[in-house]
Unconditional design. Structure first.
Length: 226
C-alpha cells in the first residue's frame, strides 16, 4: 500500500487486483498460503501482503490477511449478469473506494494524466511538490489503468427539454425518462436541443445552472407571446 498525506492507495492496479480475485473465486481460495502458492509467492512476503491489502482496499475481499473470502462486489465483477451494466458499475464502485482516485477524476476527468499530474496530487493531498512527485509514478499507473473502467460507464448527464404546453423537464442520466423536444406548440418557440452538460464537479454544475437560467428566461419570453 502507498500513502500520501491522509490518502492511502493500493499497491496494484484494479486490473491486477481483478486477476487475483479471479483466482480466489474460481479456485475457491480462502487462505493466504494457498493463494500465495498459486502465485509463486511467500505468504509472509511484503509484496504478497501488499497485494492482499490492496484487494481489501478495492473492496474485493473481506477477512484478514491470512483468511478471506470474496465480496459480492468481486462476484459482480468476475461473474456479471449478462446483458447488464453490472461489470462496468461494479468496477467503478471498486475504484471509488480509493478516495484519491476519485479525487483525481474530479479534477482531470477521463483523460490521460499529463505533465502537471503531480500538481493535482499535491493540491489534493496538501503535500509539497517533492512528495507529490515521488508518488506520481505509482498514482499515474493506477489512474491510467482506472481510465478503461471509468470510460466504460456513461457519465451522468443533464438534458434540458421543453415539452408542449409545459415547462422544462430535467432528466438525470436515466433516472427520469428522456422525452424528445417538440415543435412550437403552446409556447410558440421551437427548441430542438437546449443542450447537455456532464456534471462531475462544481464547475459543470454551475454551467448546468446557467443553462437552466437561460431556459427559464426563454420560457418567460415565449409565454408573453401566447
Amino acid at each position: 500500500m502507498g500513502k500520501i498525506g491522509n490518502f492511502e492507495y493500493p499497491a496494484i492496479t484494479l486490473s491486477e487486483a481483478i486477476d487475483i480475485a479471479k483466482k480466489i473465486v474460481n479456485s475457491k481460495i480462502a487462505k493466504a498460503e494457498t493463494l500465495a502458492s498459486s502465485m509463486n509467492k511467500s505468504a509472509t512476503g511484503g509484496s504478497f501482503i501488499a497485494q492482499v491489502v490492496s484487494l481489501k482496499r478495492y473492496g474485493l475481499i473481506d477477512g484478514t490477511n491470512k483468511e478471506f473470502q470474496p465480496t459480492p462486489l468481486a462476484e459482480k465483477i468476475i461473474m456479471p449478469k449478462p446483458n447488464t451494466n453490472e461489470f462496468a458499475e461494479a468496477t467503478l464502485e471498486a475504484l471509488w473506494k480509493v478516495e484519491i482516485i476519485r479525487r483525481i477524476y474530479e479534477r482531470v476527468g477521463a483523460n490521460d494524466p499529463k505533465s502537471d499530474f503531480w500538481v493535482h496530487i499535491s493540491e489534493i493531498t496538501g503535500e509539497d511538490r517533492s512528495t507529490a512527485i515521488n508518488h506520481e509514478g505509482n498514482l499515474r499507473k493506477l489512474y491510467k489503468d482506472a481510465l478503461q473502467y471509468i470510460k466504460s460507464v456513461k457519465e451522468p448527464e443533464i438534458e434540458l427539454i421543453i415539452k408542449k404546453g409545459e415547462k422544462s423537464v430535467i432528466g438525470f442520466g436515466g433516472e427520469y425518462e428522456m422525452v424528445p423536444a417538440i415543435d412550437r406548440g403552446n409556447l410558440g418557440v421551437l427548441v430542438t436541443e437546449v443542450g447537455q452538460v456532464k456534471i462531475r464537479d462544481e464547475k459543470t454544475l454551475e454551467i448546468a445552472q446557467s443553462m437552466l437560467d437561460m431556459l427559464k428566461s426563454q420560457i418567460k419570453e415565449a409565454e408573453k407571446k401566447v
